[in-house]
Design a protein around this ligand. Structure first.
Ligand SMILES: NC(=O)c1ccc[n+]([C@@H]2O[C@H](COP(=O)([O-])OP(=O)(O)OC[C@H]3O[C@@H](n4cnc5c(N)ncnc54)[C@H](OP(=O)(O)O)[C@@H]3O)[C@@H](O)[C@H]2O)c1
Length: 437
């Protein structure tokens, strides 16, 4: 974050196009460090339905809802992944949905996995992607193996696997039923392992790349989401071990992990909740497009681990360098999350694919100021990003007086449920309603 701020106040010259706000020196550095590569054409492949699962195309010129709303736009650059065969998990929502669009815009041929078949088809049709839709629950190992085999056969192999799907349950460890805890690990960790184990032989054949959406919570703890944080830590350990195994065997398979901080996606709002309440919305998050673009960048140019964004790097550094201070911040984060008052969906997305998947979770979102220095100019932030960031901080500060009493003392835990959320477990919230603060 400090680097980002410094980066904003140095220099006075400007250059044209999207970098117009950017100090000349920084822009020149990014241009030198990350030259544009690949064939000089940009094309989103559009296909007509040719099989049961291959989705149809939109009429040329049809604008997506996201574009109409001006939410995020897929940057128009020369395609760098033309014809590359890419499998993406969790492609029906949030980061995965954005990633599918962006990999599609780079000319990739896609296989998209998630439970929500309708959502996958809708996204493919809306964005005119060349994609095979494979509805599957990642916890079903046999079904995952069949889906990966089908993807590899249909695409003629696999060059990149983007391991992105995840799910979570909200609540302190003794509030969460063991079934819900185990299911979080089964989706977020074991589900990813199921996909990667099935895909690895295909990646070895192509000397391909594993790209994974990690998390700051793969490096730092996250209270009230302990099963999710544990699964993400496990995934990081697994991926980094596989990277060394592949290197030792000389297979040519590379592993790249992107660790973002909070992202504006429906993940937490739609998560299953042992308290029956949704977590309070984070005051500031990265837009899903920032993370999706980062996944594209590490697929084009793999690097082992990227802690994405200034805020994420600050918290990561705090935890390793000044742990007591970081733990004090995390304690407040716990209470912030636990001060939510809106009723949660039952049983929540851990067990059931949301009826209407969305790209955004309604969290105040922005681009990252540091990301272009980490991953290149395709991550250049929108001009209004510093203002937006300041507005998010100001809004959080405005809420603090009303939340002060909540943040100053422990939020009481609920009694342990007799059964998991899928079996109808949990209790009705005592204070559900609209968020008033
Ligand atoms: N949101 C954040 O603040 C944040 C921060 C750091 C890292 N991340 C990471 O970002 C990645 C993407 O998450 P997101 O924030 O975009 O969340 P999201 O919008 O909830 O997307 C999660 C995706 O995973 C799929 N999924 C969930 N359970 C599944 C299952 N059992 N089998 C197959 N697919 C399943 C969902 O599709 P269906 O429901 O249709 O199955 C959905 O496409 C995750 O790895 C997450 O850990 C998120």
């Amino acid at each position: 974050m400090i680097a980002s701020v410094g980066f904003w106040i140095v220099g006075s010259g400007t250059v044209s196009t999207r970098t117009s706000w950017m100090p000349c020196q920084v822009s020149a550095f990014i241009t030198w460090r990350y030259p544009v590569t690949g064939p000089a054409h940009t094309r989103i492949r559009r296909t007509s339905p040719s099989s049961r699962t291959r989705a149809g195309a939109v009429a040329p010129g049809t604008r997506s809802r996201a574009l109409r709303q001006g939410r995020t736009t897929v940057p128009q650059h020369p395609a760098r992944l033309s014809g590359r065969r890419i499998l993406i998990t969790g492609a029906s929502s949030g980061v995965g949905l954005e990633a599918a669009r962006r990999f599609g815009a780079e000319g990739a041929r896609l296989a998209l996995l998630a439970r929500g078949e309708e959502a996958l088809h809708a996204s493919v049709a809306e964005h005119g992607l060349d994609a095979l839709v494979l509805p599957v629950d990642l916890t079903d190992r046999t079904a995952v193996e069949a889906a990966v085999a089908e993807a590899a056969q249909a695409l003629g192999g696999l060059d990149v696997v983007v391991s992105n799907a995840a799910s979570a349950v909200f609540g302190h460890v003794l509030e969460v039923h063991a079934d819900d805890f185990d299911r979080t690990v089964a989706v977020t960790f074991t589900g990813a392992v199921n996909v990667l184990r099935a895909a690895l032989p295909h990646l070895r054949a192509s000397q391909g790349t594993i790209v994974a959406t990690g998390s700051l919570m793969a490096r730092v703890p996250l209270p009230t989401w302990s099963s999710y944080s544990a699964a993400k830590h496990a995934l990081r350990g697994f991926l980094n071990s596989v990277a060394i195994e592949e290197r030792e065997q000389g297979t040519g398979v590379r592993v790249a992990i992107v660790h973002p901080g909070p992202i504006d996606t429906p993940l937490f709002a739609q998560a299953s909740s042992a308290t029956m309440l949704q977590p309070r919305v984070a005051p500031d998050a990265y837009a899903a497009g920032v993370v999706a673009q980062a996944l594209v960048e590490v697929a084009v140019r793999p690097r082992p681990e990227v802690v994405l964004g200034g805020e994420t790097r600050l918290l990561d550094a705090m935890f390793s360098l000044t742990r007591p201070a970081a733990e004090a911040v995390l304690l407040l984060v716990d209470r912030w999350y636990r001060s939510g008052t809106e009723a949660a969906a039952r049983p929540g997305s851990l067990w059931v694919a949301p009826a209407r998947p969305q790209a955004s979770g309604g969290i105040p979102a922005r681009d990252s100021l540091l990301a272009p220095l980490q991953l290149g100019r395709r991550l250049l932030p929108a001009r209004a990003t510093p203002l937006r960031f300041a507005a998010h901080l100001a809004l959080a500060a405005r809420r603090l007086p009303a939340l002060r009493r909540t943040l100053m003392r422990p939020v009481p835990e609920r009694p342990a449920p007799a059964e998991g959320l899928a079996a109808g477990g949990g209790r009705r919230p005592e204070r559900a309603g609209r968020v008033t603060v």
